[in-house]
Design a protein around this ligand. Sequence first.
Ligand code: C2E
Ligand code: MG
Ligand code: MG
Length: 708
Amino acid sequence: MRGIVHDISERKKAEEKLRLSARVFSDAHEGIMITGVDALIIDVNTAFSEITGYSRDEAVGQNPRFLKSGRQSNEFYTQMWQTLGQSGHWRGEIWNRRKNGELYAELLTISALRDESGAVINYIGLFSDITETKKQQQELEVLAHFDPLTQLPNRALFADRFAQAIAHSKRAESLLALCYLDLDGFKQVNDHFGHETGDQLLVEVAKRIKMNLREGDTVCRLGGDEFALLFENIQSIQQCEDTLSRIHQALAEPFELAERHVRIAASSGVTIYPLDREDPDILLRHADQAMYQAKLDGRNRFKLYEHLAQPSNVSSQRPSRLEQALAEVGQALAQNQLRLYYQPKVNLKSGEIVGMEALIRWRHPERGLLPPAEFLPIIENTPLEIDVSNWVLRQAFLQLQSWREQGLNQQISVNISPRHLQWPDFIKTLETLLAEFPQISSRQLELEVLESSVLEDLISVGEVLKQCYHELGVPCALDDFGTGYSSLAHLRHLTINTVKIDQSFVRDMIDDPDDMAIVESVIALAKAFKREAVAEGVEDLEHGVFLIDLGCCIAQGYGIARPMPADAVLGWVANYRHPPAWNRSAKTERNAWHGQLELLKLQQQYWLRRLEQCLHGDNIETQPRWPVATAKKSHLGRWLERQKSERSVDRQILERLESAQEQQHRLAQLMWRSRQEGRAAEAGEQFKKLLEVNLEIVQLLEHCELLF
Ligand code: C2E
Ligand code: MG
Ligand code: MG
């Protein structure tokens, strides 16, 4: 017997090793993906399929890009490839998308395999699903920023919001109030009824505070029974005090907790930026000091930081900040630094200029031209307020006279503060002025009173307005209509000739159907009570087109002209050209169906333009507000809902419109996220896609136009 003996132990070992490698590959809990140098997938393991939802057959031959979620920017991938090229491996966290559309987070390591010559032959990706860990991280983040009991922002988040609010106040030149609120008698509740009741009480307190805030205001729990509140964009100290007294009243109402009647109260202190121009820490200390003073003064009250409050009686004391500011405005008046600027109102249909609104400015020797929000709040409720207001009235008469001499007969609207209107000599002053300027007809003057101020004292304000109109012939307009819980009843009983729809509604109506509904109903209300409606805040051509369509003819806004110095008015009037788009809209008689579709197309255009502006603005903070980005809330969304129930349009077309519209909003949202996270290139790509979808929508709408 002959035989050849081969020692195969080496081969056996190699086979064993191979089998082991194969088992590691197939049994590992980590997803494994092997690609060629061209980055196309050659093989994946079972864990890969479990994590991504794609089978081996579906994955092989693909570029791993097919898992991309769009969460990472292109720069991110460029960087990844660069590192891989240089060092041969890369490790990091990536968000990808599973086959079912779900996002997941993975911790990924990529290594380049090289042959003997050092050339890359394969890439191996090894990853594990870390979505759960990520979620826990997010929950921890919530815990780190929110108070678990009341769900209010905690001290850490408050610091953030406070810094943002100060930045906003600087930018928007608006007042920001910071309030420190501490409950009176909370310890007793805890001692008497136990901690559980104490906790419940805090939750209820948080709710009551929140209920009395406006959108945009912030309340945080600093700890224990201490809260901090931020009121942004307040118009006056008075307004802040009004809000606070509402909150205090709400907190003083008994609480029903576990069948117990619990009563507490609160003390709070306020300071106001930039009247109190200090760092955040010091501002908080000032508010705290004022709160402490409120406690000393007998609890259940609020107190303004003392250097902002009452002018001191002792003359030897240093004047308070507010006193100083007040003295400065007094000087401005005496030294002739105040000016009236004028903003025209036009008839959208005829192009006729129907009047000018006088808006006060302070030509400050150092700080430049200041808007009223910078100095009117300082003089509010002081004798200087009456002096300045009388100066404004007189100035308006002088201006009317001067224009008259130059051949321009216009109406001037003057803003009248509530206190001026209720000043006992108001009517007499007006009468004297009318007598002093006999060539000026009383109809050439119009008083603008804020809707909110009228509501405060309906009876006495109503009486003054009645006298102005019936005895002196001076008409009156209700300003910023819609912002002050207006009711039909008020409009009926007031002697007013005009309502001015607040600019915030007009500005946003094309984008936001809710604002549009308000504008529409104010116009209808005005018609029903035979008052004129004036739209403020007409910033773009589209606003005018919509207003014409809604039947509101008088408009004012940056889209027509910004407020200008008196000596620019004559030139402006001589050169004014009414936009042809408005002339056209005024003339076209559209049937209802075509009208609707025309407006929808216009809305699409406007929406895109707004999105584009947001996309290209370079500072995210000073960005215009992002247009409405939910399909249901948009004008088109609501129109589609109506059509679906009316069944006048082919269902297939409606469905196509609906899906295009959803795609459009999804893209807008993605774009928003990309923009927020600084991935500009990606946002640009998304916008391009959005333009395509938009084109499809417009074409479908045009198709609908042909139907009737
Ligand atoms: P208002 O009476 O509602 O005046 C309209 C304000 O909106 C003006 O701001 C005007 O410049 C601004 N505006 C006009 N068109 C547009 C637009 O298209 N877009 C935007 N974003 N804004 C527009 P201004 O001059 O800063 O005045 C603010 C407020 O101060 C006035 O609101 C009025 O309530 C008050 N005010 C102004 N002058 C006087 C005055 O002489 N006396 C009194 N008591 N209050 C005044
Ligand atoms: Mg006004
Ligand atoms: Mg207004």
